[in-house]
Design a protein around this ligand. Structure first.
Ligand code: CP
Length: 326
């Protein structure tokens, strides 16, 4: 594995391998070892052309916990505003010494371009490209769900979660603005690869063209889907106002009524099912505060696990090793 550009081209072995390394990385934290020396002398560049809180900070934390140096680039306030191209930006940063590039960009396919144009010759990690993919989000979601379904407590002294297994048979619903969601695309590929039974619940206007060919079951009515299926997890998606064409923009009150995870819908879910959201959340819109703050919500576990999963990805790409020597 030279790059991590999407989940569509991951093998099941690679995906489970990353989740298993992430378990080792979590153990490092549990033992209160602040840092591993494995990437000492290497530089990871975070190249963000779109806003981010979770992804950028957790890649920075992950790189630092592996002892790498980190350069953070944000397009806002950079020479991009003076017209500098993507090629010149990336080659300028590369000239300062980059051993890996983590990139977020509004253009679908940007990470593929950086990996394959020959502008640079280092591992590229896609941290979100337009509406295409967000592979590390899907990996951290799968990691969080694998642990939750195995009954591993989210925090406290943990001897490590499950290893060597996927999510076989787990029934997972992804709800909301599928059309604009790179998180949904990455999750559909990865969850299906790991053996989960994936359901999409969305209004027809917020589903992409060709979705009927995806390995999913589609529902157009949230309440009927909740009555018909026992979901192990329900993953709510942010409605992406910034990518929404005006004619598609849903009326907020109506969207919340039909597609929001309200207290009433939370009560319809099996007691054992988990609530997930990649963040940032629009509380009161796609998710109620009652659901977001419920003990069954894994939202902050997803954030916490994001660091371990991104450590695993950087470790795998920069050392080429498939397991830690822990
Ligand atoms: N989930 C996610 O990608 O969050 P950020 O936009 O804050 O990075």
């Amino acid at each position: 594995m030279k790059h991590l550009l999407d989940t569509a081209s991951l093998s099941r072995d690679d995906a489970i391998g990353i989740l298993d390394i992430a378990e080792e990385m979590t153990l490092v934290s549990e033992r209160e070892v602040k840092k591993l020396p494995v990437l000492r002398g290497r530089t990871v560049v975070n190249l963000f052309f779109e806003d981010s809180t979770r992804t950028r900070l957790s890649f920075e934390a992950a790189a630092k916990r592996l002892s790498a140096d980190v350069l953070n680039f944000s397009a806002k306030g950079s020479s991009v505003s003076k017209g500098e191209s993507l090629q010149d930006t990336i080659q300028t940063i590369s000239a300062m010494g980059a051993d890996a590039i983590v990139v977020r960009h509004s253009g679908a396919g940007t990470a593929h371009r950086l990996a394959h144009t020959g502008w640079i010759d280092v591992p590229v990690v896609n941290a979100g490209d337009g509406t295409h993919e967000h592979p590390t989000q899907a990996l951290l979601d799968a990691f969080t769900l694998r642990r939750a379904l195995a009954g591993v407590p989210a925090s406290g002294p943990v001897k490590g979660g499950p290893r060597g297994q996927g999510l076989d048979g787990a029934k997972v619903a992804i709800v909301g603005d599928i059309l604009h969601s790179r998180v949904a695309r990455s999750n559909v590929h990865l969850l299906a690869l790991l053996g989960a039974d994936v359901h999409l619940i969305a209004p027809p206007t917020l589903l992409p063209w060709g979705v009927e060919n995806w390995p999913v079951t589609i529902h157009y009515d949230f309440d009927s889907a909740l009555s018909a299926e026992d979901f192990a997890a329900v993953m709510m998606l942010r409605v992406q106002h910034e990518r929404m064409h005006e004619s598609f923009f849903p009326n907020e009150r109506e969207y919340a009524r039909l597609w929001g995870l309200s207290a009433a819908r939370l009560a319809k879910l099996p007691e054992t099912s988990f609530i997930m959201h990649p963040g940032p959340m629009n509380r009161g819109f796609e998710i109620s505060a009652v659901a977001a703050d419920s003990p069954r919500a894994l939202v902050l576990d997803q954030v916490e696990n994001g660091v371990s999963v991104r450590m695993a990805v950087l470790y795998r790409l920069l050392t080429g090793q498939e397991e830690t020597n822990d």
